[in-house]
Write a protein that binds this ligand. Structure first.
Ligand SMILES: [Zn+2]
Length: 261
C-alpha cells in the first residue's frame, strides 16, 4: 500500500500547529494536514526510533504488532533531508528547515536558526530533549530543553523511562526523544538481517509502554525516524553491515504514525 510522502521539514510546523504556536522562524515546511486534523493538543511528544526506515519496516513489521496497530489507523511516509544522518534530521524536526538553514552537521554544531524549544519557551512553556550521552538525543537535543534529558545509561529503555518520568512529573508542552540503539543494531547486523528481529520486538514493547504513559499524561505521540539504513553488500569480516547517508529511498524514506487519547 503506498502512502502519502511528506518532507522532514513538515514535522516542526506540525508540532507548532498542534500546540497553537507559530512555526520556527526559518521553517520551510507546511503542517501535515492528517495530523493537525485531530485538533489542537496541549502537549506533543516525538519519539524517534533511530534509523527504522521504510525498508526495514517493510521487512519486519510483523514483529512489531503494536506499531502495526498505530499504522493501521494513521500512516505516512516522511522523506529525510540530506545528508540522511541523525543530527541533520533531528535538527530538521525541531526547526522545519534543512542543513543549510539550521546549520547542524554534527551534534557539536550550534543552531543557526530558531527551534521548537525556542518557540515553546517564548510562549511561556517548557520542553525536553531526551537521549543517551554520546548520541544526538543526549548531546544536541537535551541541552536545548528546559528539563534535563541526557541519559547516562546506554539503553533505549532508560531513554523511555526518562521520557515517561518527565511526562508524568513535569508535563512540558514538547518532548523529543531518540531511541539510538535501533540504529546501532542495524549498523552492526544490517537492516535486512533476521537477527535484528529481537531488537525490534523489544522496541515495539517499548512503544506500547511509551504510548500508555504519554497518552495518560495528555500527549499526542508522534513516531517518526530520522533516516533509514541500507545493507552494505559483501561487508568485511567483523565490519558494519548497515549504513546510511545517501539520497536513496532506503536511506531517506521513513514511516510515520501518531496516536492521541
Ligand atoms: Zn547511524
Amino acid at each position: 500500500m503506498s502512502r502519502p510522502i511528506v518532507e522532514m521539514t513538515s514535522i516542526a510546523p506540525t508540532v507548532s500547529a498542534l500546540l497553537g504556536l507559530p512555526a520556527p522562524s526559518s521553517c520551510r515546511g507546511a503542517p501535515i494536514a492528517e495530523i493537525v486534523a485531530g485538533g489542537p493538543a496541549e502537549r506533543v511528544a516525538i519519539v524517534a526510533p533511530d534509523a527504522l526506515g521504510e525498508y526495514a519496516w517493510g521487512l519486519w513489521q510483523s514483529a512489531m504488532p503494536f506499531m502495526q496497530s498505530l499504522h493501521a489507523r494513521h500512516s505516512l511516509t516522511v522523506r529525510s533531508v540530506m545528508p540522511s544522518i541523525t543530527p541533520v534530521n533531528f535538527a530538521a524536526m525541531v526547526t522545519g528547515t534543512d542543513r543549510a538553514g539550521h546549520g547542524i552537521g554534527t551534534w557539536r554544531d550550534a543552531f543557526a536558526c530558531e527551534t521548537l524549544f525556542d518557540v515553546v519557551r517564548r510562549a511561556g512553556g517548557r520542553s525536553a530533549g531526551v537521549g543517551m550521552r554520546g548520541y544526538t538525543g543526549g548531546e544536541l537535543l537535551a541541552p536545548r530543553g528546559d528539563i534535563p534529558g541526557r541519559v547516562e545509561e546506554h539503553a533505549d529503555d532508560a531513554v523511555a523511562d526518562r521520557v515517561l518520568a518527565i511526562a508524568r512529573t513535569e508535563q512540558p508542552r514538547f518532548i523529543i526523544a531518540q531511541l539510538g540503539c535501533v540504529d546501532d543494531t542495524f549498523h552492526a547486523l544490517g537492516p535486512s538481517s533476521p537477527d535484528v528481529v529481537p531488537m525490534l520486538r523489544g522496541t515495539d514493547a517499548r512503544y506500547r509502554r511509551l504510548a500508555d504513559g504519554l497518552l495518560a499524561a495528555g500527549y499526542v505521540m508522534i513516531v517518526v525516524s530520522d533516516h533509514g539504513q541500507h545493507d552494505i553488500p559483501n561487508p568485511p569480516p567483523g565490519g558494519k553491515r548497515g549504513t546510511h547517508g545517501t539520497d536513496s529511498d532506503q536511506d531517506c524514506l521513513v514511516p510515520c504514525t501518531w496516536t492521541r487519547a
